[in-house]
Design a protein around this ligand. Structure first.
Ligand code: N0T
Length: 535
């Protein structure tokens, strides 16, 4: 029988996000929780296909499932709500001891209203679409129609009320994502008369203050960015009202995802063409923070696999005012190593997209294969963090954590561990290190041309670290500033957490430590105590 990880207490405390000194914890059942997630495909939100979802979530070793709840399925007829899907999903999640993140496919799903009920998406009079600059009509709904906002609020509120009723004590659902990749393609903003009137007005004072700008119209204040920033403000303000109404009923942590914008500001990236204009992309995070205070965090969807681009995107979203969470990640093997970067840099979770066995592969964004083979690279990393997920989440919030993943060019990386220690991570190494013993210099470990390495460390004490990794070598040294001493291992324990307690299986020494700590694709967690000797 399954471990009682999520016990049935009379009332578990409400999930919530905590922030302290730029660190974050997603509190679930009163303690920091690490989302080792998996997101199902878009059309997997029906009871009949749930077995094919659970099979993949099980193989993935995920503790949380992100699953759509479509407006069309809970309110097919206006005012008549049907929560059978939600109830079935929650009940099956409980049986499997998996938590849920619900994706509200409402006004915007990848900018379109296709998941809105027919009575919404076919009634252009009552629920007007966005007007493009040339006067033509977009499929995206306008964020400036009160009728649409009210209808979305009504449906989302009904959902939150239902969750409160059926899940308000147990909290199987821990996170909400209202809308999905909002914004618009094919236009930069709405050019309807209502939108144009607002666009000609002064930029709201709160936003000017936040951005340190002088008063003026959107055009005057933001110039070339005016259309996009105005649309971001309009969409953020709309979703804010949806989220606020939902939280007033049942205050679950709430976040938004965004289709990815090229992270380098010097590179060309056209809003409405390369990414959904007005979505929560990195260049409008401040606008979202001001317009949408009921959104706990903004999260990038990661579909750009190049390591320099990936790391740059992480730097945009990892801010003292924004918890790092990867709402979606491509399912290709090369993305799995980034879990070390995300969880090692204080992230509250990771959620690769498209993991179920319903037969759909979103290649080229994700893996070609949709089966168990595609799941493996991710489950391998989850199996490192899974057994210590609660400990890791606590250390991430209360102590210091570090993490890197293998760059595309396989070059090694330095990690500054603070005052006393530094670490170096290198890749494509044999476990026994002396490369000058090799007869052939190109004799590299099989498969290592595809980057898969990573290391994550959590500080346990002044000279002690909890360490895990994969396909990487980790060495320690005394911090550069310290000139008179060298680092040695005092003790390296291999072990695991069992019910929150460290259980040692053996001590690593000799060949296992003489060439650094060498991680392969076998699951290994180490407790490393460092010492020095004086020259
Ligand atoms: C994602 C997914 C799903 C240069 C795609 C990705 C999901 C949505 N959209 O399978 O539809 O619901 O959030 C957009 C990726 C843009 C790629 C840019 C790469």
């Amino acid at each position: 029988c399954a471990p009682a990880a999520h016990a049935v207490a009379a009332t578990n405390p409400m999930p919530h996000l905590l922030q302290k000194d730029g660190k974050f914890a997603l509190m679930v059942d009163g303690a920091p929780y690490l989302i080792l997630g998996g997101q199902a495909n878009n059309s997997s939100n029906y009871p009949e296909v749930l077995p094919q979802v659970w099979a993949a979530i099980h193989d993935l070793k995920a503790n949380t499932l992100a699953m759509p709840v479509a407006w069309e399925q809970i309110e097919p007829v206006e005012g008549k709500f049907d929560f059978r899907w939600v109830d079935e999903l929650i009940s099956q999640a409980r049986q499997r001891d998996v938590r849920l993140c619900l994706l509200w496919f409402g006004t915007w799903k990848n900018t379109n209203p296709n998941y809105a009920p027919a009575w919404v998406k076919l009634d252009n009079k009552r629920f007007p679409r966005l007007i493009k600059k040339d006067g033509s009509t977009s499929n995206a709904l306008s964020p400036h129609a009160k009728t649409t906002l009210d209808a979305d609020i009504k449906a989302y509120s009904a959902l939150m009320k239902h969750l409160k009723d059926v899940d308000g004590k147990r909290h199987t659902v821990i996170l909400m994502q209202p809308e999905n990749e909002s914004g618009v393609f094919g236009s930069v903003r709405d050019y309807s008369p209502a939108a144009n009137t607002l666009f000609a007005q002064p930029v709201p004072q709160v936003l000017l203050e936040r951005l340190n700008k002088q008063p003026g119209t959107w055009q005057e204040v933001f110039g070339a960015d005016a259309d996009e920033f105005f649309h971001a403000w309009s969409i953020a303000s709309y979703i804010e009202q949806v989220a606020a109404a939902g939280k007033a009923i049942y205050p679950l942590p709430t976040y938004l995802n965004a289709s990815p914008r090229e992270p380098d500001p010097k590179k060309k990236s056209v809003p409405g063409l390369f990414y959904g204009s007005g979505g929560a992309t990195w260049n409008v995070i401040d606008i979202y923070k001001v317009a949408a205070p009921h959104i706990d965090f903004l999260s990038p969807d990661m579909y750009m696999p190049e390591s320099d681009i990936y790391e740059a995107q992480v730097r945009h979203y990892r801010r003292p005012d924004n918890a790092l969470y990867i709402a979606e990640s491509g399912s290709k093997d090369v993305y799995a190593r980034y879990i070390f970067t995300i969880l090692g840099q204080g992230g509250i979770g990771f959620d690769p997209f498209g993991f179920d066995y319903t037969g759909y592969s979103n290649y080229p964004l994700g893996a070609k294969d949709w089966g168990p083979e595609a799941v493996k690279p991710f489950s391998r990393v989850y199996s490192l963090f899974g057994p210590m997920a609660r400990e890791w989440a606590r250390l991430s919030f209360e102590s210091d954590v570090y993490g890197v993943s293998e760059p595309d060019d396989h070059s090694s990386q330095e990690i500054d561990l603070g005052s006393a220690w530094a670490a170096k991570v290198s890749y494509r190494q044999w476990q026994m290190g002396e490369t000058y013993w090799l007869r052939k210099k190109d004799d590299l470990p099989k498969g290592s041309e595809v980057p898969s390495g990573g290391v994550a460390l959590a500080k346990l004490g002044d000279n002690e670290y909890l360490v895990t990794g994969q396909n990487a070598r980790l060495t320690f040294s005394a911090n550069k500033a310290i000139k008179d001493r060298a680092a040695i291992f005092e003790r390296v324990e291999e072990g695991r957490f069992v019910n929150g307690k460290w259980v040692m299986s053996r001590v690593w020494n000799g060949d296992q430590t003489d060439y650094g700590l060498n991680f392969t694709d076998r699951p290994v967690v180490l407790k490393v105590k460092l010492g020095t000797y004086i020259f």
